[in-house]
Structure formats: structure tokens, C-alpha cells
Design a binder for this molecule. Sequence first.
Ligand code: HEM
Length: 344
Amino acid sequence: MRLMLRSLVAAFLVLAALALAAPASAQPAPPQPTAVNPTALSVQERQLMEQLRAGTPGTGTTVHGRGTIPNTDSYVLIQPQGQAWRAFHQGAMHWVAGIAILGMLALLALFYLIRGTIRVEHGMSGLKILRFSSFERLIHWMVASCFILLGLSGLNVTVGKFLLLPLIGEDAFALTSQWAKYAHNYLAWPFMLGLAVMFLTWVGHNIPNRVDIEWIKQGGGMLANGAHPPARKFNAGQKGIFWAVMVGGAVLSLSGIYLVFPYTAGGVLALQFWNIVHGLAGVLLIAVILAHIYIGTLGMQGASEAMTTGDVDLNWAKEHHSLWVQEEAEKGKLHPHAVGQAAE
Ligand code: HEM
């Protein structure tokens, strides 16, 4: 009797379990492409998707397949935003990159043709004043070298297939892209560290003030035969570069960290959003840095020494950063020979 009862209860429990399982299996399976032989090699993916979509209420919604792994995001078969992302990434993004970067190069070439290299009007004095310490230069070149490699490897992801692949062929492109990816993933960290140290080192000199307004009003002495408006260590133009690097660098870092650790906060949509933000911030900052490199080399006589030896000519400093020279003189940081001249 007891045995019979036990087997009845056991049978009931099995049935109950099956019944519980039944609803899930009872749910209508997403429509299967019964009209299409899924093993036929010629089956068009689109045909399958259309069949699947036909079974999913409402167009424009995400179409899920089925899977067994915990990552349910991997079940996504059709994600309309994904098509919008791809259209942007392979369309508008190229235009934005082209206009920003080629546009800036064209502007700089035109400026150089019209204005030429901005010369030190009083000629070089031969006396030097220390502008950037070895620590400041180390941080600058750490950030600069990382950014240049990050910029090139990032551009390779955006336009490498269209610009570099036809030039160097598939094998070389595959190898270059592999190393570019390593560079991009690993140089991001020293870049972010350098950015933080650069911020702490220079933020005090980059707070906008009234001197900057006068500097902007006078076009910063960039225009032909323009007077050199007074400026402290950094003039308004350089403060603009500093804040562009800090804000652009922060956006690149945050979006980049999300791309390295995807799905930490949000699904596929967040990934596509941060990918677009990262790409746009990247090409815009590259354009800004092109202008910075121009003015730090070809565009201005005597500028590059500031970031190579750290010393600049006194006349250069007096013309471009007259208030800074006075501050340095007051701190007793000028060469004795330079003190008299600094006040002129
Ligand atoms: C070959 C590339 C580069 C060259 C030749 C260059 C040159 C220079 C020079 C000469 C200065 C000192 C200007 C002065 O005396 O006031 C400077 C400052 C600076 N550089 Fe660069 N730089 C380069 C790349 C970069 C990059 C990639 C970044 C950031 C991502 C950067 C960020 C800065 C900042 C924030 C300053 C201080 C503000 C300013 O002067 O604009 N530089 N650089």
C-alpha cells in the first residue's frame, strides 16, 4: 500500500514538474522558417530574418533568437539601432573624420600661406629663460606620444580598411591592425595617467581671466603686424588647447574604458553609444592637436624649444608671454643679464 502511494506521489511530482515545464515549452516557439530549409546553403540570411521578423510583433523592435549561454545579449539577431550604428560608423563617421582632419590641415596650410611663420619681431636675444621643467616636458611628451599612437591606431579602425588596406595589402594590413589594436588598448593607460598629472601640474595656469579677454580681442598677436597682447604662462589660445585636451581626453578615457569593459553598465545600445562618442571625440581632438602641433613647430619661431630643451629666448617670451616674464623676474628666476632686458 505504502509502496503504491509512494510511486503515485512520485509520479505526481514528475507530472507536476513536467506540467510546470510545460508552460515554457507550451509558449509558442518563435515562428520557425518552416518554408525555408535552414540547412540549404543558399538560404539568404535576410530571408531567415524576414521570416523571424514576421513572427515578432511591431517592426523596429529587437529580434531575439534563442541561446543557452547566460549572456542573453548574444541572443540578439536583429537590432535596428545596430543598423543605425553601422550606417553612422561606416558613413557619417568618415565624413566627420574627413572634414575635421582634412579641413583643419587645409586651414593650417592656408594660414601658413597667408601669415607664414610668426617670427620674433625683435630677433633672438640669445638670453634664455626656463619655460618648462624636465618634469613638465616628460609629462607633455608622455601624453603627446601616447595620443599620437592612439590617434593613428584609432583612425585605423575607422578608415584603415579604405585608406591603408589598398596601399599595403591584406597581410600587412592585418598585421598592422593587430599591433595597432594592442597599442590602442595598452597606451590608453599611460595616456590617462599622463593626462591626470598634466591636469594637476598646469590647471593653476589655465584658469581663464581678464587678460585672456584682451588677448582674444587682439587676435592673440597671430594676425600680420598685430601687436602682441600681454599674457601669463599660458595665453588664451593655449588655455583653449589645455581644456580641449582635458575635456576631450576625459571623454575619450571614459568611453574608452566602457569599450574595454563592455556590458558593465548597459547592453548593446550603450556599447554603440559610447563607440560613437569615442570616435567623434577622437577625430575632433586630433583636429585640435594638429593646430597645436602646427603652432608648436612650423607656425611660430622659437616655440618648439619650450618643449625640447625647456629654455626659450627672452625676446620670444617677452613678445608672447610678457606678464609671465615679469612674474619670473620678480621670483628671481631670470639670468642676471636678462633682468634689465626683461623690463624693457
Ligand atoms: C608632435 C607633437 C607636439 C608638439 C611638437 C608639441 C609642442 C608643444 C610646445 C612647443 C608646447 C609649449 C608651448 C609654450 O611654450 O607655451 C606645448 C604645450 C602643450 N602641449 Fe604639446 N605638442 C605636441 C603634441 C601634443 C599632444 C598630442 C598633446 C595632447 C594630447 C599636447 C598637449 C599640450 C598642452 C596641453 C600644452 C600646454 C598648453 C599649450 O601650450 O598649448 N601636445 N606643446
